[in-house]
Structure formats: C-alpha cells, structure tokens
Design a protein around this ligand. Structure first.
Ligand SMILES: Cc1cc2nc3c(=O)[nH]c(=O)nc-3n(C[C@H](O)[C@H](O)[C@H](O)COP(=O)(O)OP(=O)(O)OC[C@H]3O[C@@H](n4cnc5c(N)ncnc54)[C@H](O)[C@@H]3O)c2cc1C
Length: 365
C-alpha cells in the first residue's frame, strides 16, 4: 500500500513524486514510456520555472547539456521587446529523464514501461488503486491512499472520474516545429508575431535550435502539404528569412492541430489531477511546463499538510485548486488572446507584467 500512486512521470508527475518522497511519503510513479523519451512539445522553460528547478537542486544537471538562455525577445509590429532573465530550453528527452531520475533519487519507486489500464475503487466508490501492465507484460494491481493523474491531456484518470470541466476553450491554432543546426542566434528565446502567425526560436540541448511556427487552424492543410516551404515563408515574412536560410534541419517535422484549453476540478474521493491532466492551454506562450512544476509543488504541499494532520484533506485539496486557478486565470485568458494571432505591443506589455508577477510569487515561495 502506497501513500500515492502517480500516473505519468514527466513535468507534473516526476516533480510531484520527488517532492512527496522528500517529505517522507511512500510514492509509486508509473509511466508507459521509458526514459529518455521525447514528447510532442517544445520546451521553453521560462517565468518562475528556472527558480523552481534551482530550488529543487536540479539547475546544474538541467544546464549541463543545455546552455541557459539570457533573456526573451518578442517581436511585434516592428517593435522589439527584450525581457531580461535566465531561462532554459532543454529537449524533453533531456529534461524529462532528469526529472524521472530526481524522483527515483528522492526515494520514489518509479516503474517505466508500465501502462495503467483502469482505476480500482473501494466499496464506497472512492478510487483506491490501479490495474496495469508492467514491462514484463504481467497484469499488476497496486493500492494507495490517493491515485494522481499526471497523465497528460488524454488522461485516463480524468476519463474515469469525469471531473467537472470549466472555462473550456476550443483549439484555434496549428503549428509545426523541428530541430536545426547553424541558425544564428544570440542565445535568447525569441518569439515573433505577425498577422495570423508566430515564429519561435528556442536554443536547445547539444547546440541545436528548435524552430517552428504557429498559425490559425485554417492554415493546417497548406502547412501539412508543404511544411518546408510554409515555415520558410513564415520566417521570411517576419524578417527572419536570412537567418532561417542558413539553418539546416536535422530532424523530422512535428505538427500539432487545435490544442484546446480547459480547467478540471483536480480532486475527488481518492484521486487528484496535476499538469495537463487538470489544466490545459494552447502552447503559444509556452506555459505548460512552468504550470506543471508549480502545480506539482502546490499538490505536494497540500497532501503533506493533510497527512500531517494540519488540514482536513478536502480543505487542503480545495486550497490546491484555488491556488492553481488563482495563479493561472489571468495567464490563461492572455494566452487565449495570443492564440488568436492578432498580437499587439499592448498584449506583450501585459505579458511582461504577468511574468514579473509570477517571478515575485515564486521568489516568495
Ligand atoms: C506543440 C507543443 C509545444 C509546447 N511547448 C511548450 C513550451 O515551449 N514550454 C512549455 O512550458 N510548455 C509547452 N507545451 C506544454 C507542455 O508540453 C505540457 O504542458 C507538459 O508536457 C505537461 O506535462 P504533464 O507531465 O502534465 O503531461 P505529459 O508531458 O503529457 O506527460 C504525461 C505522461 O503520462 C503518461 N501516461 C499517460 N497515460 C498513461 C497510462 N494510462 N499509463 C501510464 N502512463 C501514462 C504518458 O506516457 C506521459 O509520459 C507545449 C505543448 C505542445 C503540444
């Protein structure tokens, strides 16, 4: 019997497992993937996430293969906004493996190649465990005081517990990205906006650069039919054509269509949700990793307070939901505005103010 079983071992699940194990709880983290493993996601880790990585003692490990980027540049309507501050953009093959190892090192039991097929329930209907298949193919059941879905946007936990969903937004964008060598950059994260278009430049692990574009979803067929040409023309349109022409693509294109948005009630009898499983948004502002880290910390603190007897569990988990929604609501709305791809300098100024506020909150712990 575990205190917690966490399904999903990436940006939400592994930090949660690490923090709970560090607080002395008995934790099992499972993921159907084996690490290192890539994810359909870019990896700009900005805002308050670098401070969190440092506070968790992982900054040196994260930056060993990925040079930190100095500042973020937004380009919009001929204006350039340079925001100081350290960020980092590690490949998910690199970042997620570090997070999994940190959870294991902290004392969590981590089972890779373990696919959960259903949740177990007690006589009162509360979730009390999981059934799944381990890497040797055998069916396994495990029990815990709480089962946590850190299992991403297609969360099995959310499907089974059917939580209340609110503030849902339809996906209205699409995009493609890949990895390049030789793109000239001055070691900062860059996002440039035009009408119906965003182009991004993320210097990443092992000297590569992640380049990509986001468009309105009506561009999907054209983008899919000629990704190479459309992305090149997009960089050209935003004045980055010369730099783009010097870069050599070294991996395949990855495409995403209509990423939606929602909040879900993140707890109920015997279960909780964290990361994309509980709160999702369009990737335009690259907030998902930051938010997953923050919410892993909030949920770990709530469960610890409850199990130490400081706060009733319902109250602690209600506080987790309130803190998550309070910290996310403004960014969620602004993120949706950006995803309409009609970005103005005023939007960027609002974003800069929001980033500053997040950093102050993170520094305050
Ligand atoms: C195109 C794109 C670009 C993005 N770019 C950025 C960016 O630049 N910066 C940023 O901060 N965010 C970005 N995001 C968002 C970011 O990828 C997510 O917010 C983040 O990965 C959420 O982490 P998570 O741990 O909640 O879920 P996930 O990363 O989805 O991990 C879920 C894990 O659960 C496991 N799992 C699921 N079901 C089961 C099961 N039944 N049994 C066992 N294991 C299971 C999966 O194998 C997976 O490993 C982007 C997203 C997209 C789509």
């Amino acid at each position: 019997m575990y205190d917690a079983i966490i399904i999903g071992a990436r940006c939400a699940g592994s930090p949660l497992g690490m923090l709970m194990a560090r607080s002395g709880h008995r934790v099992l983290v499972v993921d159907r993937a084996t690490f290192p493993s890539d994810a359909l996601s870019t990896h700009a880790v900005t805002g308050d996430a670098p401070e969190r990585i440092a506070r968790w003692g992982l900054w040196e490990t994260v930056t060993a293969r990925t040079a930190p980027t100095q500042g973020t540049r937004f380009g919009v309507q001929g204006q350039v906004f340079d925001i100081p501050g350290v960020s980092v953009s590690p490949r998910r093959t690199v970042l997620d493996k570090i997070l999994v190892d940190a959870a294991r090192e902290a004392g969590a039991e981590v089972r890779e190649g373990f696919s959960v097929s259903k949740l177990l329930r007690d006589d009162a209907g509360a979730v009390c465990g999981i059934e799944g298949r381990g890497s040797n193919g055998e069916t396994v059941t495990e029990r815990a005081r709480i089962v946590i879905g850190a299992d991403g946007r297609n969360s099995l936990v959310a499907k089974e517990v059917a939580p209340e969903e609110y503030n849902a937004l339809p996906g209205i964008t699409c995009g493609y990205y890949s990895y390049f060598e030789g793109y000239p950059h001055d070691n900062r994260i860059e996002v440039h906006f035009g009408d119906g278009l965003a182009c991004f430049v993320f210097p990443t692990s092992d000297g590569q650069v992640c380049l990509g574009t986001e468009h309105r979803d009506s561009d999907w067929e054209a983008l899919r039919a000629d990704t190479e040409g459309e992305v090149a023309r997009s960089f050209e349109r935003l004045g980055l054509g010369e730099a783009y022409a010097r870069a050599k693509r070294v991996e395949e294109w990855r495409g995403v269509l209509r990423p939606a948005g929602y909040f879900r009630k993140p707890f109920g009898p015997g279960w909780a949700l964290v990361g994309d499983a509980g709160y999702l948004k369009d990737p335009i502002l690259g907030q998902g990793i930051n938010d997953a880290f923050r919410d892993a910390e909030l949920l770990a603190n709530a469960l610890h307070a409850a199990w130490k007897g400081e706060t009733p569990l319902e109250v602690a988990l209600g506080g987790y939901q309130q803190a998550r929604d309070g910290a996310s609501g403004g960014v969620y709305a602004l993120n949706h505005e950006f995803s309409k791809l009609a970005v103005t300098p005023g939007h960027v100024q609002m974003l800069i103010a929001g980033i500053e506020m997040m950093k102050q909150q993170a520094a305050a712990g």
